[in-house]
Design a protein around this ligand. Structure first.
Ligand SMILES: [Zn+2]
Length: 658
């Protein structure tokens, strides 16, 4: 998968300037620590005249953009490194060594002169090490400190010197005293407490110094050089050339791909030997950094609580077909969104003309889908779906559209599009989030990778989900429309998988059955549904019984029994043939009791019972299937009643009462 990053990075790297590159080197930063929102504080030094300055304090809440906006690339690592970052999490650096160090480190440039000037006006000199009798090995770094009287804060250099007389670490202490004073000043201006500040940055006359192009070039050299300075010669994993290479991945966001050959082990300590095989030269290292940012910005989507990254890689050929990588990214992302949501599907259809050119050459790519969750400390991968030809997504889209049409024709309404998001809700929520995660992600994997799914496993999941809705797990109260809608969608999901040849097992209607359904004395819309859903005789028998349960339920509902007690006759754990025999009797009793016996319902009951008696000796359905197909009939009748206004939707009624 790393090739995907490499190819994207290669496209993007053309002509990018060093000063533009630095934003790819920024680090993530916590937005909240221990329930406290984090902020960046901007210290603006404003020149009032040649001698005096004013310190303006501004602040912003830390967001996803902060790190790039203020170029937070971390502090130089190592206790002895000279601190040289305009944006830092340590205020002491800013009020002392940052500017003096940068003056030393920068090449001749405007910025250097500007800083030199600022140092002369704003800083005071604590004196030589000998003068103040300091024993600190790193004393020089503390020697120049802001003279706060220059910014009208009441702390003179003389006072600072007075306060450190008795101290041993004199320089360090002096810096601390000054930083503390500024901290107080910040608190007074912003009301922010110390633990609410994650970053400090400095600007001069309202210009953020971190925006300075010379500074950015400096940082670029520093960071890339830092890595390759210590690098050894070796063979680059990506381009294959013998060069200075690194296996330092600390700046990478998607660290995982380095490890995709050994699974997603997060414990990579002591794996130096392994990483050596994955070492990168400077050029390829930069490609990866660029690609990561590009993928995060242009190829990330989401689905049922996961972030999804779509990673295209070129297949067989080496150069991008027709369009630029930005355009391809948009195309793939839109296509994924069309599968994931109905809104996405509608908007994708609007663009079909525009996307025509892509359809023909799309299979020059293969797609990988990465389902993950990124938190500050960890990048957790839940599922990686690999090597999906983009045209397969078209097959999925077409099938979803076919099934939507099927639903519209047999039930009415236009709400049967099986988006991935909708499919998520057709399976049991389960006791733990992890369990659900595993099931649904493996379902998505089957779908994208065209791996057949076990029919019986699906039925079990369906019935569990139906039970959850009936007994209001995770919802306030029983919702009839949600209940019947879910079951119908589950039926359509079976059709959908069958059309994609992804259903393993399960009895289906054969051609004889189709003829058989045609001559049944039942309504045409029901016939239509049974044929489309390819019901066997056993299934048809139970479906019709379920329809009658729906009729009784309607009456119960009208009499104020909103939860429809007839549904309590159904044992959601599963019903064997003996229980079905009893159910037939119970339903007939209830039909009499609630006066739903009519020529038509009698006929339906007759057909249902006849089919049951004919097949019960050799009954092929499992107890769970029995429940599912009874409730499918119930849902068909109930859903139709609701949409035709014969039974008011509960929710609707509540709204009216408000
Ligand atoms: Zn390389």
């Amino acid at each position: 998968m790393i090739e995907s990053f490499f190819q994207i990075g290669r496209e993007l790297k053309e002509g990018i300037k060093e000063e533009d590159f630095v934003k790819y080197l920024t680090l993530d930063i916590e937005k909240e620590i221990k329930n406290k929102k984090q902020h960046v504080v901007i210290l603006d030094v404003e020149a009032e005249d040649n001698e005096k300055f004013k310190l303006n304090i501004d602040f912003e809440e830390i967001s996803d953009e902060t790190s790039k906006k203020y170029l937070w690339v971390g502090n130089p690592p190592g206790a002895n490194s000279p601190q040289d970052r305009f944006t830092t999490n340590n205020l002491e650096y800013l009020v002392s060594q940052t500017i003096p160090n940068l003056i030393k480190l920068l090449p001749e440039c405007d910025l250097k002169n500007k800083l030199q000037n600022l140092k002369e006006k704003l800083y005071f000199d604590l004196g030589t090490k000998e003068e103040i009798i300091s024993t600190e090995g790193q004393y020089e770094r503390y020697r120049y400190i802001w003279d706060l009287t220059k910014i009208r804060i009441d702390l003179s250099p003389a006072k600072v010197k007075e306060q450190i007389k008795e101290e041993t670490n004199k320089g360090k202490k002096a810096v601390k005293i000054v930083a503390n004073k500024i901290e107080e000043f910040i608190k007074e201006k912003t009301k922010l407490k110390k633990e609410e500040i994650g970053l400090f940055t400095i600007s001069f006359n309202n210009e953020p110094l971190c925006d300075n192009e010379e500074y950015k070039r400096y940082i670029y050299k520093k960071l890339i050089k830092e890595i390759f300075e210590k690098a050894e010669n070796g063979k680059c994993h990506l381009c294959g050339e013998e060069k200075k290479v690194t296996w330092d991945t600390t700046k990478f966001w998607f660290k995982f791909y380095m490890t995709d050959k050994i699974g997603f082990s997060s414990n990579l300590q002591g794996e130096k030997a392994f990483f050596k095989n994955y070492s990168l030269c400077e050029d390829c290292y930069k490609s990866i950094l660029l690609a990561e940012a590009f993928i995060r910005n242009n190829l990330s989507s989401y689905l049922s609580n996961y972030s999804v990254y779509i990673l295209p890689s070129l297949y067989l050929q080496y150069t991008l077909p027709v369009k630029k990588i930005e355009d391809w990214a948009k195309y793939f992302k839109d296509k994924f969104w069309a599968i994931a949501t109905i809104e996405g599907w509608y908007s994708f259809q609007q663009k079909l003309e525009e996307y025509k050119g892509y359809q023909l050459t799309q299979d020059s790519f293969i797609l990988n889908f990465l389902f993950a969750e990124k938190s500050q400390s960890a990048f957790k991968i839940y599922q990686l779906i690999q090597d999906v030809p983009p045209s397969r997504l078209d097959k999925i889209l077409e099938t979803a559209a076919d099934v939507q049409e099927l639903g519209k024709n047999s039930i009415g309404e236009n709400t049967w599009y099986l988006s991935l998001g909708k499919i998520y809700y057709l399976f049991s929520i389960g006791k733990t989030k992890n369990k659900k995660t595993k099931f649904i992600l493996s379902f998505y994997n089957s779908l994208f990778s065209f791996i057949p799914i076990d029919y019986q496993v699906l039925i079990k999941e369906f019935v569990k989900r139906i039970w959850e809705i009936r007994f209001s797990v995770g919802a306030k109260e029983y919702n009839d429309i949600d209940f019947s809608n879910t079951i119908l969608l589950q039926n359509f999901l079976l059709c959908y998988l069958r059309k994609l040849s992804l259903l393993k097992g399960g009895e289906i209607m054969n051609d004889n059955n189709e003829e058989f359904v045609n001559v049944l004395e039942i309504r045409d819309d029901v016939k239509n549904f049974l044929k489309e859903a390819k019901y066997s005789e056993d299934m048809i028998s139970l479906f019709l019984l379920g329809q009658l349960i729906g009729e009784v339920g309607k009456k119960q509902y009208d009499k104020g029994d909103k939860k429809k007690s007839i549904l309590n006759k159904i044992n959601f754990q599963g019903m064997d043939v003996n229980k079905l025999i009893r159910l037939f009797n119970d339903v007939y009793e209830k039909m009499k009791q609630y006066k739903v016996l009519s020529a038509e319902t009698e006929k339906i009951y007759g057909i249902s019972k006849e089919l049951f008696d004919k097949n019960k000796i050799n009954w092929k359905l499992t107890p769970q299937e029995n429940v599912f197909y009874i409730l499918s009939g119930y849902s068909f009748t109930t859903y139709k009643a609701i949409i035709s206004g014969k039974q008011k939707n509960i929710e609707e009624k509540e709204v009216e009462n408000e």
